[in-house]
Design a protein. Sequence first.
Length: 261
Amino acid sequence: MRDFRDAKAMAQSLRDALKSKSVSLTHSESLELVAKTLGFHDWNVLSAAIQSSLPAAAASRPVTGAPPATGVPVAPMRDVVFFPQMITPIFVGRDKTRRAIESALANDGRLAVLTQRHMADDDPGFDDLYTIGVTASIISQQAMPNGNLKCKVQCLDRVRVVRPLPGEFLAAEVEPIADVRASDVDAFRLAAQLMEAYRAYARVPQPQALYRYSGEPAVLANLVAQLITDDIDKLQHLLEINDVVACLETVLGWLKERAAA
């Protein structure tokens, strides 16, 4: 059975069928028709989906996540949920977190970032943190005038805490969480729907910042979620969903609720 990866062959079949009925289409026009028939915004979005689904493309991506049961320092975050592929600053004032950062920098620059369950906790333990977060690689650091530390980090993969490790700062063994249905045809169909729904909600003619992620449905879901809500519990819930189709359906639901309010 054909799926979205057969789009070019489907477009050629469409042209041949219409030609036999004296209807002429250009190659580009037939590609656009097939894209819309399959539920994608346009051929560019569908083409990105096809490229993302190719085994060679997947094999060429660097392995960034921690292997199972890898010990890393842990940085607790008060009021933010980080998602894979984000590049963001973090501000460090607590002594334990500073020591965790120093330990990460003394090794491979990688740590785990976990969100606190209660923002007011000044000295959280693992019982006070969500058990699912992300690994992050420290790109740069800068001492601030107030004595705090500003670090720029690149978030890598979602991870789950396997067990805490003893020490003078928070550290844990973590294991990566793999996405499922990331290249499923439904994921790309829902991604196209999500972009259209956000465009209508935000009243932006062409949300270019999102189109660049049309071939990465999981990243798109995370980005739109952060644009429409700052509810920590909801964002943490989204982070804990490893089914990309379910992630997209969840964010579409939130967007529809906001649009109807």
